[in-house]
Ligand binder design. Sequence first.
Ligand code: ZN
Ligand code: ZN
Length: 330
Amino acid sequence: MPTMRAMVLDRPKTPLVLRERPVPQPPAGEILIEVAACGVCRTDLHVMDGELPYPKLPIVPGHEIVGRVAALGSGVTGFALGACVGVPWVGAACGVCPYCRSGRENLCDAPVFTGYTRDGGYATHTLANARFCFPLPDALDAAEMAPLLCAGLIGWRSYRMAGEGEALGLYGFGAAAHILAQVAVWQGRRVYAFTRSGDAAAQDFARSLGAVWAGGSEEMPPEPLDAAIIFAPVGALVPAALAAVKKGGRVVCGGIHMSDIPSFPYRLLWEERQLLSVANLTRRDAYEFLAIAPRAGIKMQVTRYPLEQANTALGDLRHGRFEGAAVLIP
Ligand SMILES: [Zn+2]
Ligand SMILES: [Zn+2]
């Protein structure tokens, strides 16, 4: 029986362990994917740290999967053997709850999440629900496409929620911000990048991608912002960002988990400033963004790690040791 390798989390707050397993057969409606690259996302750290409730355990993390179709379950249409596909964070939505029926499958009452409630892409092979996979162009580099599947897609949803204003702040200049900054610059907006205080490398990186200003997250930008997106999981950034947006401005929290938000004076929210969170993605977000990404000429900065070095990649993400995105290569 052919075997596959996977990096497995047995329980939170322990390192991933390399395991060999039989390669599964895809059940009806699913496809077997031979993984070519899987992005490392901050959400994976939240799963590892036990900050998200009720993970499937043991779990194979990873929800920015690019690979090739290796086998088709019965009833799957629209995918050919060998075709390049992407698998995102939302692994399935029920299709019948009030949210699904009103075009908000990102808020589904019975969702399945790749690498959290079903096994993901820190592996040589994975299964995925075909209806939640996306065809990807064949010619592009798998590692450079992988971060688009979460940092790009959920970043895009956050970006749209931020509105049309021209002065946009990005708090936390990691994988998502480095993609969205390029989209914003392409659309003629002014990007203000906020990083950890004193992180000159991240600030230089942001300016190299077209940010008109980069500074520490405790600093005020040189002009009031129309909107800000917070990608860093730091609750203290909420009042900081509210203080930086102008009247009627919007602050969008783009992450799945954040430390507690400190109390703040009402005047920071007054004058119709808005504070909202973005959860997950819809397939419509994905199709929209995957069409825009090549037109915007997004250049991905990726650091590649062999699959077996997933723990190193996660540690480097936690400590901000690279710019852009980390990607595992089986
Ligand atoms: Zn639903
Ligand atoms: Zn993610």
